[in-house]
Design a protein around this ligand. Sequence first.
Ligand code: SF4
Ligand code: SF4
Length: 64
Amino acid sequence: MALTIVQSNCTVCGACEFECPNAAIRFEDETYIIDADLCTECKGHYDIPQCAEICPVPETCVPA
Ligand code: SF4
Ligand code: SF4
């Protein structure tokens, strides 16, 4: 399981990128994306997905 970023909601603020314990979030083609192969939903690191927690826009980092 992984999270994904809803591109139409993302303001490209960059806040999520450095919160990810797996370096699964990167800037590409003028937006931020989550590598589904690297995202673990933060399991083993945090109780809740950190990208969704830090993102200022509701419903932007969501289950894929
Ligand atoms: S849920 Fe956690 S591991 Fe997955 S992209 Fe977000 S911060 Fe990274
Ligand atoms: S924190 Fe949210 S709005 Fe900011 S870059 Fe990440 S997904 Fe986009």
